[in-house]
Design a protein around this ligand. Sequence first.
Ligand SMILES: [Zn+2]
Length: 254
Amino acid sequence: MKTTTTVLLALALGLPPVLAACSSEESQAVHKFGYTGDIGPEHWGDLNSDWILAKTGQQQSPIDLVGAADADVPDLAISYQEAPLEIVNNGHAIQVNYPSGSHASLGGSEYELQQFHFHTPSEHRIDGRHAAMELHLVHKNAAGELAVVAVMIQAGAEHPLLSKLVSQIPAEAGPAMAKDDVRINASEFLPADLTSFRYAGSLTTPPCSEGVGWIVLRSPIEASQAQVDGFKAAISGNNRPLQELHGREILVGK
Ligand SMILES: [Zn+2]
């Protein structure tokens, strides 16, 4: 069953079918990890037996997106609804939880938006270049498989949606905060051109589960330096180092 669904995911992403390890995301919040020192990324695979893929996995993320092959990839269609803001500083990222009803469709297969969060600076690189920030829009399908749409954010013009978020960032880690008077729509983060890199990868935080379909948009969006600094003031340096490609194919198309 797992093999079947993994193959379907691979097909939906326009990737050759591969067997991936079982994914069990979101269950390890009690274990502490970080980005420096003895809980830093080079130690994640030793901190918890359930995080072993962090050091043994062959399909880990992030990667440097170089040498992508032009391909006729399955269509990406995004339909996000407006939602009340629920924001959390979980100690390793600023995250916004999204209510049900917003979707990404990949080749006709539906994935529901669960949450989005930010890494400062970017985790992926495009042709060797970091961006100031990287947005991860995390989606899950009915089989529990994950697809992440990543958007690079470079310093430039102020972004209207980020303005709403920056003023609400909890300075300290803690529980999610509902801000019902602040309405947001994650579709404001999408560039006009949805040309994207597609590859099979993993969560970039423990347990680093594989079988994650990555869709990294090639066109960046912009945020002002003050907005970038607003995120940095709460959490910075939450970018896992680049991982080995191990022969994976990177496709690009739209
Ligand atoms: Zn992320």
